[in-house]
Design a protein around this ligand. Structure first.
Ligand SMILES: *[C@@H]1O[C@H](CO)[C@@H](O)[C@H](O)[C@H]1NC(C)=O
Ligand SMILES: *[C@@H]1O[C@H](CO)[C@@H](O)[C@H](O)[C@H]1NC(C)=O
Length: 187
């Protein structure tokens, strides 16, 4: 880790040209005013050239899990169990955030009382995650239940094939440093 950091600072400090290497954008589930929202994050870690590749540090991670979800599964309202990177290897995930509110599919007991909201309810956005491109197959899930107290996200696995995911939690639930490019998933 130290060596990589040193290498990174040497490369960045030494201004070795990285050409037009663009910053990395990843669709994320985040929490805003108590609601889960979809955002397009641009990671702030600078690209670094080594081992014949352009490399972007994502952060320190813990135990990775390979998960298989049966075809046509509707999970319903959910929250990120940890701040984690999810990579979709097969199938399809449809995510709506915030989870559709009271009066539609949500269980009445989950409906927030008006007084609890610290801001307006964000408008719903939908993301489809699937293999195909780097952008379509990777998600950072950071909407912990402790932060999305009014509504989480709504998850479905609508494909006819099982969905296969690799889930990689970050140490200390620490998301990679980033800026928000826009609301909704990265396009
Ligand atoms: C990330 O988004 C920015 C702004 O839209 C864009 O210029 C850049 O090319 C994107 N990065 C990649 C790897 O596509
Ligand atoms: C990763 O862990 C190392 C060793 O504990 C630490 O020096 C480094 O700052 C951590 N990186 C991040 C992004 O948290």
């Amino acid at each position: 880790m130290r060596l990589l950091a040193l290498l990174a600072s040497l490369v960045v400090g030494g201004k070795i040209a990285l050409g037009d290497t663009p910053p990395l954008n990843i669709t994320a589930l985040s929490s805003r005013d108590g609601y889960s929202v979809l955002e397009c994050w641009q990671l702030l870690s600078p690209p670094v050239n080594y081992l014949s590749a352009v490399n972007y540090a994502l952060g320190n991670t813990t135990v990775a899990t390979w998960s298989r979800i049966e075809p046509r599964t509707t999970v319903g309202e959910a929250w990120a169990p940890h701040v984690q990177l999810s990579v979709v290897l097969n199938g399809l995930i449809r995510i709506t955030a915030p989870a559709p509110g009271c009066g539609s599919t949500s269980v009445p007991t989950l409906c927030p009382r008006n007084g609890l909201a610290s801001g307006p309810r964000p408008s719903e956005a939908v993301a489809y995650l699937m293999p195909g491109t780097a952008l379509s197959s990777v998600l950072i899930a950071a909407d912990l239940k402790a932060s999305s107290t009014l509504a989480g996200h709504f998850t479905e696995f609508p494909s006819d094939e099982a969905t296969i995911l690799v889930q990689i939690p970050f140490v200390g639930d620490k998301a990679p440093t980033h800026m928000i490019l826009h609301d909704g998933p990265c396009m």
